[in-house]
Design a protein around this ligand. Structure first.
Ligand code: SF4
Length: 362
């Protein structure tokens, strides 16, 4: 099996989550509640935590939101990052209200002395800073200089900020270089990773709705991870943030970078299909969402080819005209002549496997 060799980056902690070095690629999302509505924001953070979110970012558009961070950071089960635009005072408030990291685009806070104040406050409480460079807010001169190579402008912009921060002896830095264009984003990250050991936060900005955004993020983030680039990821979707976590987990599982619960494989169906595979796959997927075992599960449309096609699955089900079969590693373990009983038996077998897996981990 191919193993991805990850780029060596400097490492530090954001709250209790290790970033960079050889620590696992972490999963982030962002709340879409009104941050000053502490109850709703915390509810969403907890929900995201339960589906696998490891670090959460919240937007801090005004002082009320910055004040709300005091309670949010205290009660959040995962480290909180404050997303700041333009107003350095909000960054200072967020830092003093307990965030583990702030995300700023220094291009939006032009005054260097204000940036120095942020650096000094972050140093005092060991807060990390993500420098988020974005193609939409690049310096005019840089845009002009690299008219057709925006990726180069992103890299130059990020490096100039990094130099400024490191010049003030601040090293707990992450960088993101985002563009809505997948290829520009890929080039920028590839170029930057050759020039710096700073951990990289990957994402395709404004990727789109659930399906399109998933595809664009999987291509962009997946390509970079495959090359060993990337220390923490956020899949941006115009959808429920919980979907971002599910997609991020599937990207990491697909590349063998994290073991994050079961992997479902299901056949695309063809003329040999003997059952409603879509219905059965959805049913099994729902059940797998509650499980943590790192097992491969197959849902196949016919009993003749199904077990063979899914030979690498730890357990699988293949439907037949009447009932179907259950198999493990390609070998049939049960033949059942009634479909409902087949589903029930398969779900019981799945739960048994989950228990065995848990026992083996003790
Ligand atoms: Fe077709 Fe059967 Fe293969 Fe599914 S498992 S794609 S139904 S041959």
């Amino acid at each position: 099996m191919m193993i991805i060799k990850r780029r060596v980056t400097r490492n530090f902690f954001v709250g209790n989550v290790a970033i960079g070095g050889d620590s696992p690629v972490s999963i982030q999302s962002m709340t879409n509640t009104d941050t000053k509505d502490v109850k709703r924001t915390l509810n969403q953070i907890r929900k995201l935590y339960h589906v696998g979110c490891e670090i959460i970012r919240v937007a801090v558009p005004d002082e009320d939101a910055a004040m709300a961070l005091k309670t949010i950071t205290k009660l959040s089960p995962i480290p909180v990052i404050a997303d700041i635009h333009f107003d350095y005072k909000l960054a200072l408030m967020a830092i003093s209200n307990g965030v583990s990291c702030i995300r700023i685009n220094p291009g939006n806070i032009k005054n260097k002395s204000k940036l120095e104040e942020i650096i000094s406050a972050a140093k005092d409480v060991d807060c990390a800073i993500r420098i988020g460079v974005n193609s939409g807010s690049l310096d005019h001169q840089l845009k002009k200089k690299y008219e057709k190579e925006i990726s180069k402008a992103l890299v130059e912009s990020a490096l100039s900020y990094v130099n400024f921060f490191e010049g003030k002896n601040f090293y707990k830095l992450k960088v993101s270089l985002k563009s809505t264009d997948v290829l520009t984003t890929i080039s920028a990250y590839e170029e930057f990773s050759k020039l710096s050991d700073i951990p990289l936060h990957l994402g395709i900005t404004e990727a789109g709705t659930k399906l399109v955004g998933t595809i664009r993020s999987s291509i962009g983030i997946g390509h970079l991870l495959l090359k060993g680039i990337g220390d923490t990821i956020r899949v941006s979707l115009t959808a429920d943030p919980a979907d971002e976590i599910i997609v991020a987990k599937e990207i990491l599982k697909s590349l063998g970078l994290r073991e994050l619960g079961p992997v479902l494989i299901s056949c695309p169906t063809c003329a040999r299909r003997e059952i409603d595979v879509i219905h059965l796959a959805k049913l099994v997927e729902k059940e797998l969402a509650k499980m943590t075992a790192n097992i491969k599960v197959a849902v196949m449309g016919c009993p003749v080819n199904g077990p063979g096609e899914a030979i690498e699955a730890d357990i699988g089900v293949a439907g037949a005209k009447t009932g179907g079969i259950i198999f493990k590693k390609g070998k049939v373990i049960k033949k059942i002549s009634d479909f409902n009983l087949l589903v029930k038996t398969f779900l019981t077998e799945l739960k048994k496997l989950e228990k065995e897996w848990r026992r083996s981990k003790k």
